[in-house]
Design a protein. Structure first.
Length: 365
């Protein structure tokens, strides 16, 4: 097959996944603004689209500029190194030549698995993590094709710890920030609290920016992984993956378009089913989540923006009164949080193995 066609197919699949990432995570960017009625849904949607694109486009370029400073690196670099794939044209362990077709199949199946998982979550109205799904899908296909050696355990563990720890940190951060806000406005009348409506709009824009900054880079990293293995991209002199400009632009646009067609069932779950929020609650949850996500984004650490926002809402509600939080909804979210990586890993490995038997591609089984 013509290499240009293979590259085009893989990039299109990646952009479809990025689109699904946008609509699946629309709840994160829009839920609090819509549920508190700080903005009408259409206006909230427009706000989300603009700032999602800006976050995805600006922060990756900023981290590329700041890459010489300790701790600053793109999230795309981390996601692009979760698996180690042979260079196209090299010989692999079974004596076969690793072709562009083999490479494209591994990446495509990993992303398709994550996309299917996002679709299922959207249908059920359950917020899930596209980041978990992507990691599970890519690692599962890589494992089925090349064995455990294909998985870079140190990078995967770093990414996994970031995904796990960040939501746990967000609960006390949101709780303490909400208590501090309550203290500041303890003697204020309702007109002061109403001013949080503008604060919700500002914090919503900031959160959409941070969401694009982190989630937008993940697919950039996977496309860059494909291009590196294909010999179409080189690491920087410091060994960092910096996605090409066209990859940054296309992924930013796909993420923004996904937000534009966001899943309103998920928005309802995040925005209303955990607890009923007022303006100050929405401002607090989004501010706490933004701080956590942006901090991780500039250090190159992927986070589950879905779970960071969800736990920010839980921490915010707990500061008002613990009984206000519907912990049963949180239990459902926790289950999906735990099972996403192993389930997508198994599904992706299974799908790849079937394709390997049919098309005689490399496999370990």
């Amino acid at each position: 097959m013509d290499p240009i066609i293979i590259v085009a197919i893989v990039v299109i699949i990646a952009l479809i996944f990025e689109y699904s990432n946008g609509f699946n995570d629309a709840a994160n960017a829009l839920a609090t603004t819509v549920s508190t009625r700080a903005l009408e849904p259409k206006n909230a949607l427009l706000l989300g689209i603009i700032f999602e694109f800006m976050g995805a486009f600006i922060v990756i370029n900023l981290t590329m500029l700041l890459g010489s400073i300790l701790f600053f690196k793109p999230v795309a670099d981390t996601m692009g190194k979760i698996v180690s794939l042979p260079a196209v044209g090299s010989e692999i362990s079974n004596g076969e030549i690793f072709s562009l077709e083999y490479l494209g199949l591994i990446i495509s199946i990993g992303l398709i698995t994550a996309f299917i998982w996002n679709l299922g979550a959207r249908h059920l109205g359950v917020p899930t993590s596209s980041s978990h799904a992507m990691m599970g899908g890519i690692c599962g296909a890589g494992f089925a094709a090349l064995g455990i050696g294909a998985i870079k355990i140190d990078v995967v563990m770093l990414a996994f710890l970031s995904l796990v720890i960040s939501p746990l940190i967000t609960i006390p951060v949101a709780y303490l920030l909400m208590k501090f806000i309550f203290y500041l406005v303890r003697n204020s009348d309702l007109s002061v609290k109403e001013k949080f409506r503008k604060g919700v709009i500002i914090s919503s824009a900031a959160f959409a920016f941070s969401h694009g900054a982190n989630d937008g880079q993940k697919t950039m990293g996977i496309i860059s992984l494909f291009l590196l293995s294909a010999g179409m991209l080189q690491l920087s002199p410091s060994g960092i993956i910096y996605p090409p400009f066209w990859v940054i632009l296309l992924c930013s646009l796909a993420m923004a378009f996904g937000i534009a067609t966001g899943a309103w069932k998920i928005i309802k779950t995040v925005g209303t089913k955990i607890f009923k929020m007022r303006y100050e609650h929405g401002f607090n949850a989004q501010t706490a989540a933004t701080a956590i996500i942006l901090g991780n984004s500039f250090m190159g650490l992927p986070v589950s923006t879905t779970h960071v926002m969800t736990t920010a809402i839980m921490g915010t509600g707990s500061a008002e009164r613990i009984s206000l939080v519907k912990w049963g909804v949180g239990k459902t979210l926790l289950i999906t949080w735990i099972i996403t990586i192993p389930v997508t890993f198994i599904i992706s490995a299974f799908i790849y193995t079937i394709f390997a038997f049919v098309f005689h591609t490399p496999k370990i089984f």
